[in-house]
Design a protein around this ligand. Structure first.
Ligand SMILES: [Ca+2]
Ligand SMILES: [Ca+2]
Length: 210
């Protein structure tokens, strides 16, 4: 078999050159992707966590508003409380301040913080469950109170408190809402400008591990 004297050196040379160029391109691309990812991933993580936290605190605020409005509309006390097993049969307030486990919202005629058994049809004079919220992972919602009971005028005397929502980022990314005795909920502000919302004139604090 005859072999050519010159087995197309130009082609082989181009291949080596092409392969080298491709490898270099690949390295540069990987480096750029790495830099972009190192910048983008924390921002994306913050975006996702912020979105989740805002959605959850808004949902809590909506539940507080709903409880207050129902108390006024029905002319009877309504209670919102933390519950560790909100979907259990006959759920109740668990007496803990860990609202992230879930909550229940119910007509509470005798203001005792217990959804007393009734027909379930919300008949006049009986307690009944109005809303349930399941627990949430990887965040904490804590307050100095285990429940809020609105009276028929929409006031929450004796139940004013600050609810602190924290995730893995700690107090600097935390959110908080404050309930007045008058029954109004407002967002906690950062009055001293250190990036941490304030409740009761001092920075709120987050649990060590959500
Ligand atoms: Ca009751
Ligand atoms: Ca502050």
């Amino acid at each position: 078999m005859d072999f050519p004297d010159n087995p197309q050196p130009g082609v082989a040379g181009r291949r080596i050159s092409l392969a080298g160029f491709t490898a270099l391109e690949l390295l540069v691309t990987i480096a750029i992707v790495g830099i972009v990812a190192s910048l983008a991933i924390p921002a994306l993580r913050d975006f996702v966590l912020d979105h989740r936290a805002i959605g959850y605190i808004n949902e809590f605020a909506a539940a507080v508003d709903f409880a207050r409005n129902e108390a006024i509309k029905r002319g009877t006390p309504v209670t919102l409380c933390a519950s560790a097993a909100p979907r259990s049969a006959g759920p109740g307030c668990d007496g803990k301040k860990r609202w992230e486990t879930g909550w229940i919202l119910f007509v509470d005629h005798d203001r005792d913080g217990r959804p007393d058994p009734g027909t379930g049809a919300c008949l006049p004079g009986e307690d009944c469950l109005l809303r349930i919220r399941d627990g949430i992972d990887a965040m904490t919602l804590r307050a100095g109170r285990t429940r809020i009971t609105f009276d028929s005028l929409g006031a929450a005397r004796g139940f004013n408190a600050t609810w602190r929502l924290c995730d893995e980022r700690g107090a600097l990314a935390a959110r908080a809402v404050i309930l007045s005795a008058g029954g109004r909920l407002r967002r906690a502000e950062d009055t001293d400008g250190n990036g941490i919302p304030d409740g009761g004139n001092k920075d709120i604090r987050c649990p060590a591990a959500p």
